[in-house]
Design a binder for this molecule. Structure first.
Ligand code: PMP
Length: 285
């Protein structure tokens, strides 16, 4: 049984309860982060906290009083749950105003802060990373402010189910003919050695793994072009891949039933995965 964190307390998971009036439950008025843990250490922790702060500010949401203690809380959860490899999920909601109301609650309403662990032994050696992911393209029907990491995950969840029904691993979302991103990852193609990925805007989540991978790619003098690409371009690409805190760098070998490049993980994505894991582990805290 897990020990989870709720508003200052470490509790057995079945004792951690949130009100039915919580804004996270009634309005999806909540933001989240997912930090990966490898060998008991946190990957890219500071960048995740910085993005949490941006998400809170973008929604005028009060930060939890424990904001300064997040590193200690993450470490305590790793220790109490004997977590070696896996994830720490963190969510902040606008709290419980005691009733349902569209109006934001009074500023003295305390935010709700929840964290819990998810154990994934051997996460860095996932079979999907070796085989490569198959994806389908689906229309991007999400709201417009995707750079705020809110818990409005119903459409991404629907898209994952569409992928499952199609017998593949994930879905890439398309807006005006261009790929935005995956259901829970950023999307990339490689053409003539150049890594192409959509530029940052409200259209996509500003992935922490994306930032790290592009930094390592630049340091390795690989060519990077931050621009939108079409579904047709992706189908013609030499390689494709996705990134996220939990999937790291994962090859995409098939889109809508058609192979990308050779239909096998290519040299650029394999190198990036290796560099990403090596550099991130070096910097893990
Ligand atoms: N895009 C979306 C829509 C996501 O949900 C995620 C995962 N949180 C990402 C991209 C990847 O972001 P990160 O690298 O910070 O996990």
């Amino acid at each position: 049984m897990r020990t989870v964190y709720l508003n200052g307390d470490y509790l057995p998971e079945e004792e951690a309860k949130v009100s039915v009036f919580d804004r996270g439950f009634l309005m999806a008025d909540a933001v989240y982060e997912v930090v990966s843990v490898l060998g008991g250490k946190l990957i890219d922790f500071d960048a995740h906290v910085a993005r949490l702060q941006r998400s809170l500010a973008a929604l005028d949401m009060r930060a939890p009083d424990a904001m300064g203690d997040l590193l200690a809380i993450h470490r305590e959860l790793v220790a109490r749950n004997d977590l070696i490899d896996g994830l720490i999920y963190l969510q902040v909601t606008r709290g419980n105003p005691g009733d349902r109301d569209f109006h934001y609650p009074a500023p003295d309403t305390a935010p709700t802060l929840v964290l819990f662990t998810q154990s994934k032994p051997g996460m860095a050696a996932s079979p999907l990373a070796r085989r490569g992911a198959r994806v389908i393209a689906v229309p991007d029907l999400r709201w417009g402010l995707r750079d705020i990491k809110t818990v409005q995950l119903l459409y991404p969840s629907m898209a994952k189910m569409m992928a499952e029904a199609a017998g593949v691993d994930d879905a890439w979302m398309v807006q005006d003919g261009h790929i935005t991103e995956g259901t829970s990852n950023n999307a990339y193609i490689v053409r003539d050695g150049c890594i192409i990925t959509r530029a940052l805007s409200h259209d996509i989540l500003h992935g922490i793994t994306r930032a790290a991978v592009l930094r390592f790619a630049a340091e390795a003098r690989m060519q990077v072009d931050q621009r939108s690409f079409t579904l047709e371009e992706a189908l013609q690409a030499d390689e494709a891949f996705l990134t996220s805190a939990s999937a790291f760098v994962t090859p995409v070998i098939e889109i809508d039933g058609a192979p990308v490049g050779t239909g096998r993980p290519g040299p650029v994505v394999l190198r990036l995965r290796e560099v990403y894991l090596e550099e991130s582990l070096k910097r893990a805290i």
